[in-house]
Ligand binder design. Sequence first.
Ligand code: ZN
Length: 172
Amino acid sequence: MELITHNLIGVIIQILCFTFLLFPLNIVCTILFAYISHLFCDAISIITYHTPDKQEGDKFWIIWHYIIYLLSFISFFFFIIPYWLGMLFANIIDIWDWFILRPIQNKKKEKNPESKWGEKYYLHRSVDWVRDKLFFWLPVRNYKKSGILIEIFIIITLSIIIGFLGASLFIA
Ligand SMILES: [Zn+2]
């Protein structure tokens, strides 16, 4: 799923954990559930428009990603205080795989193109596991443009839930 979707789920998890659990369980459970949420979200992301590779020649792909990055940025800015913990751990799998492991691996491959270094450290391998075990029955629609409607629906639903939970923005 997209960054904004992970962000909103991280926010909801943190609100619930901090409302119903006491220290230090609220922190532990926020981290744990936010992490797990990424596995489930990415596992079902095959039903949303989610091409594994960049479609740079495709206007639709470009515009959709402009919108989604803008929304992600806004959600980040809105919720970073005080929901940074939930958002961080809802995205930590992407941060590790895409911004830490992948660049290191690319460096290794420059020296040795055959290098298999790091393959087993990808956290998205557990996403594949969850998908194979639990969501194998879902239709694969990640190249279907109408898949954005599912993601938009999920984003709106999550936003409404946050509204109901009374996320107090700009908490002091
Ligand atoms: Zn991911």
